[in-house]
Design a protein around this ligand. Sequence first.
Ligand SMILES: Nc1nc2c(ncn2[C@@H]2O[C@H](COP(=O)(O)OP(=O)(O)OP(=O)(O)O)[C@@H](O)[C@H]2O)c(=O)[nH]1
Ligand SMILES: [Mg+2]
Length: 449
Amino acid sequence: MTTTLQPTIFALASAPGRAGVAVVRISGTAAGRVIDAMAAPRPEARRATGRFIRHPESGDKLDRGVVLWFPAPASFTGEDVVELHLHGGRAVVAAVLTALGLLPGLRMAEPGEFARRAFEAGKVDLAEVEGLADLIDAETEGQRRQALAQASGALSDLYDGWRASLVDALALIEAGLDFADEGDVGTRTFSEATSVIKVLNQAVIHHLEDGHRGEILRDGFRVALVGPPNAGKSSLLNALARRDAAIVSSEAGTTRDVIEVRLDLGGLPVIVSDTAGFREAAGDVEREGMRRSLVAAEAADLVLWLTEASAPETALPPALAPLAERTLLVLNKTDLMAGGTAPAALPDDMVPLSVTTGDGLDALIKRIAVIASERIGHHAEPALTQVRHRRLVEACRDNLQAFLDGASEDVELRAEDLRLAADALGRITGRVDVEDVLDQVFGRFCIGK
Ligand SMILES: Nc1nc2c(ncn2[C@@H]2O[C@H](COP(=O)(O)OP(=O)(O)OP(=O)(O)O)[C@@H](O)[C@H]2O)c(=O)[nH]1
Ligand SMILES: [Mg+2]
C-alpha cells in the first residue's frame, strides 16, 4: 500500500445545507493530528466522545460536537479516519472545513475519493462500491434492497464463485498438460474440466437471460402514455403523479414535449412519460412531438395506448404495431358512456378508466404494478444491475463457448479461453486490472463519499 504518500483528505460527508447534524470525515495519516490540533485529547478508538472543536491556530471554539476516532486499518478506507459530528449549520461547517484546510498535509477530497481508498485498501470490491453508489441513489424499496445486497457482496460472491470454478477447471487442464506424454491423463482431466465448464456456461447464460430485471429495477420501469390527441394522456399522468405536471386542455394537440414523472409503485421505481397525441394532419412542431412520442414508446417497458371509450381507436398506428406485445389498451372517459360505465365484458388487454371520476384508476395502477413486478420483482438470486457487468458477463460466456466449441487438442488455446473468461469476471469485482474504469466508477459519487 502507498498510503504513506497519500495526502490526508477531508470533506463534508453529509448533505450540504442546514441540518441537525453534519458529519465531516477525515482520512489519512494526518487524521489523528487533526484531533490533536482541534479536539484534543484523542478519544478512545470508536467511542463517540463530546469535545469542543477549536481553531487549530487561535484555539477559538468553532463548535461543540462528537469526535469519532477509527485508527487504521479498522475504518471505512482502511486508513486512520476521524469523524467530526457537528451542529449542521452552514457557518459551523464552513468554519470547520476552512480550519481543516489550514492543517499541513490535508486537502479537500475529490468526489468518490473515500470510496476509492476503501477499494484500494481491499475493504470493498468494485461491484460492492457500485452497489454503495446505487444505495445512496436508491429512491424506492426495491432499489434499496437490490443495492444493499450488491453493496454487501451478493453479486461479488456469485462472480467470485464462478471465477473460482473456472480457475479450478484451468488448473485441471494445466495439470493435464504436465502429463502430456501420458495421453490418457490429459484426456481425463480435460473432460473433467469440460463438464465443470458446461455447468458454469449454463449458469452464466441463465444469469444473462434475466429480462434485464436488475437493470430495470436500478434505472426504473418505463411506462409510456400514448394515444390519439385528447384521449386524456396528460390527465392520466397528472392523476398518477398526484400533481399538475402536464398541461391538460380540451384542445387536441396540447402536449408536444415528453414529460416524465417518477413514481414509487409498491417499492418499484416507475417512470411514466406523457407524450404528444398521434394523428394524421399535423404541423412541424406537432410532427416533432409525435416523433418524440414514438421514441418514448420504443424505450418503454410498457406502453399504455389511451383512447376514448365511446369511440375507441383500438388499432395501433403502424409505427407502434411492433410494440403491440407490451401494449395495454386503456379506454378512458367511461364517464361519458351511456350509463357512465364501461362495457361489462372487456378483453383482458383492455382496461376501462375515467380519469375524471377516478373510476378504474386504482385497478390500472395495480395492473401496472403487477406487470412491473413480473419483470423486476423480488428474486432470491442477485441480478445483473448495469451494462458494465453485462458486457463482462457476456465476454465470459463467449469465452466459455469458445472453449466448448474449440478443438480439445489445442489445449493451450483452450486454457487461454478459460483464462479470458476468468479475467472478464475478475474485472467486474476489480480483482483483475480495472484501472481504465476506476475514474468512471468513483466519479459517480459526490464529494465526501
Ligand atoms: N369526461 C372526461 N373527460 C376527460 C377525462 N380525462 C380527460 N378528460 C378531458 O379530455 C380533455 C383532454 O385531456 P388531456 O389530458 O389534455 O388529453 P391528452 O391525451 O393529453 O391530449 P393531447 O396532449 O392533446 O394529446 C381535457 O379536457 C380533459 O379534461 C375523463 O376521464 N372523462
Ligand atoms: Mg396531453
